[in-house]
Design a protein around this ligand. Structure first.
Ligand code: SF4
Length: 81
């Protein structure tokens, strides 16, 4: 699965514990210089596992909110938060 948005890892908060790397069910993450990085973005299914287990809250997930217009024929607006 390919997503337009991916987990964001704050390298300043990462302590290199490797929990996210070991527990990601899709092996999306890897360690580079003792910091977690997204190494296989095409495999990410946005399970939320990495964010939940990170002890320092270094990982955040963005979500896409789609606003629909009420008028018929109107276009929708997309926003990543
Ligand atoms: S779980 Fe958090 S602190 Fe541990 S390696 Fe991953 S991002 Fe870094």
């Amino acid at each position: 699965m390919s997503l337009d948005f991916l987990p964001q890892i704050d390298p300043a908060k990462c302590i290199g514990c490797e929990l996210c790397v070991k527990l990601c069910p899709n092996s999306v993450l890897a360690m580079v210089d003792h910091i977690a990085v997204v190494s296989a973005p095409e495999a990410c299914e946005y399970t939320g596992t990495c964010q939940e287990i990170c002890p320092t809250l270094a990982i955040s997930l963005t979500y896409e909110i789609i606003f629909k217009k009420k008028k018929k024929g109107g276009s929708s607006q997309r926003t990543n938060v």
